[in-house]
Design a protein around this ligand. Structure first.
Ligand SMILES: Cc1cc2nc3c(=O)[nH]c(=O)nc-3n(C[C@H](O)[C@H](O)[C@H](O)COP(=O)(O)OP(=O)(O)OC[C@H]3O[C@@H](n4cnc5c(N)ncnc54)[C@H](O)[C@@H]3O)c2cc1C
Length: 461
């Protein structure tokens, strides 16, 4: 061994590099600068070391190495949902574990830890099957599922977590194990809604559903009609079947040239919906209620192949600087509608959306997800191009939540929180009994809290 190689093999990263196939990156290396980035550009993290894992075995080696070195372990697929920046730890990135294997007969898929929903969607649709992805297929399938996962098929087929059948994981002591209904079933309970602070998922098996075409899209009214639109929405969803998953949103568009003039710099109210029943004609007739009630500025509901499901929310795909937050509402009372319209139309909140849960989301499942009885989940998004804008956005969101507090249950949906707020509010993501069980299981599976960068669940002492 030449001297340079010898020195490298004794160095911090060299010791791990000798044990894994994937690259080990440390500060000062150009690849480290790329790998430490997250989809959310607000994130500015400096791990002690990054392992770009190429296999489940790499992850197990990485965890064992981190334990030996006394380092915490963070895991990142896309960086859409960072709760605590991965500073001074080992960051394991999973983007190279990107295999999707579909079993057409069973209608299931095994997906690697770094798989994006887009990968599952494309592959499954060629066989006439659909996964329970969310509003953006650029989100990671595993991270989304660990937090619950509420998408455009939620009222019909439930959360993505409810359709997760099995996980392969690396535990905090570096063992590679399976969890399902019969094997390590308490950990299986946790991973469906309780987040990624208990083990690193290397792959998961999920159910798929035979859906190739849906009816839906977006209907737009002027913001001046917001109160009436939301009140009519309240009546409309009351009689819709579970084949429909819908939301109502107030958008305050920035003045940008890529938008059409009727949206650029304007506030509008939008109805978003997806009908996945067998007879799309029936969905079309139910949506006709809107045009019969009042002519919208745009009626964008139409039949679409399921491959185009992203077009309903039209979320940004490219990395963005944004602050997101949310909370469960007690209901859509007249008072709640008055308060939210007064405080969102023309406000700094660019997107304010209320999704209607209920249906299959409300049905009991033996897993960690909390708040199944709540029906209306609100989500806010503010664009934050600078650190000052992020500080202001945090204050704007806190103020808005304060004003809305008489109408909130006190519960949150963990997937809609990130950053500091997620850390502070984790216990409100679960009902007390579930949070207590999560802390007990944290003590069993990760007593030293080496996976401390996800949901904030301390081990019970
Ligand atoms: C544009 C956009 C649209 C969204 N739409 C929806 C939606 O419709 N419905 C919904 O429910 N949510 C939605 N979300 C929220 C999203 O589900 C969460 O942010 C989710 O955590 C993202 O997962 P990720 O793997 O892409 O992100 P990452 O930031 O890479 O991961 C987030 C966290 O998940 C955990 N994690 C990821 N991979 C693993 C693993 N292999 N093992 C253990 N833990 C792991 C870690 O704690 C990590 O910090 C959206 C978010 C954005 C930004």
């Amino acid at each position: 061994m030449v001297m340079a190689e010898l020195i490298h093999s004794l160095s911090y990263e060299g010791q791990l590099q000798n044990r894994v196939q994937g690259d080990v990156l440390v500060p000062g290396n150009e690849a480290y600068e790329t790998a430490r980035k997250a989809w959310n550009l607000n994130v500015d993290q400096y791990p002690a070391c990054i392992l770009v894992a190429e296999s489940a075995r790499d992850i197990a080696e990485g965890v064992q190495y981190a334990r030996d070195m006394g380092l915490g372990v963070a895991v990142q697929s896309t960086g859409h949902g960072i709760t605590l920046e991965a500073n001074d730890c080992l960051l394991i990135t999973t983007s190279k574990l990107n295999e999707v294997e579909i079993n057409e007969v069973q209608q299931t898929a095994w997906v690697g830890a770094g798989v994006l929903w887009a990968d599952v969607l494309t592959k499954a649709q060629t066989l006439g099957l659909a996964p329970l992805l969310g509003s953006s297929s650029a989100v990671g399938a595993v991270g989304y599922t660990l937090g619950g996962g509420m998408g455009w098929l939620a009222r019909k087929h439930g959360l993505s977590a409810d359709s997760a059948l099995e996980f392969e994981v690396v535990t905090a002591d570096g063992r590679l194990i399976f969890t399902n209904e019969t094997e390590n079933s308490d950990l299986y309970w946790v991973l469906r809604g309780g987040g990624g602070s208990f083990a690193i998922v290397t792959s998961m098996k999920i159910k798929l559903y035979p859906i190739t075409e849906v009816y839906g899209g977006t209907i737009i009214y002027p913001a001046a009609d917001a109160k009436e639109v939301i009140k009519f929405y309240r009546e409309w969803i009351h009689w819709l079947p579970e084949d429909w998953t819908t939301s109502v949103a107030i958008m305050n568009f920035p003045p940008v040239p890529d938008l059409p003039p009727f949206l650029s710099g304007q506030s509008v109210v939008m109805i978003n919906g997806c009908y996945s029943g067998e007879d799309l004609q029936a969905g079309m007739m139910m949506a006709q209620a809107w045009a019969d009630w009042k002519q919208p500025i745009v009626n964008g509901f139409h039949k679409m192949p399921f491959t185009e499901i992203d077009s309903i929310s039209n979320d940004p795909k490219d990395p963005s600087s944004a602050k997101s937050s949310g909370a469960w509402l007690k209901g859509l009372t007249d008072e709640a509608i008055d308060t939210l319209v007064k405080n969102t139309v023309g406000s700094p909140i660019m997107k304010f959306e209320i999704r209607y849960a209920g249906g299959a989301v409300s049905r009991t499942h033996n897993n960690a997800f909390g708040h199944r009885d709540s029906k209306h989940i609100m989500q806010m998004l503010i664009i934050t191009p600078t650190a000052e804008a992020l500080t202001k956005a945090e204050a704007d969101i806190a103020n808005f939540k304060q004003v809305m507090s008489p109408h909130l249950t006190g519960g949150v949906y963990m997937n809609f929180l990130e950053g500091k707020e997620s850390r502070q509010e984790t216990h409100n993501g679960f009902l007390t009994e579930k949070y207590n069980r999560l802390m007990t299981l944290k003590a069993k599976y990760d007593p030293e809290n080496i996976f401390r960068f996800g949901f904030n669940i301390p081990p019970k002492r």
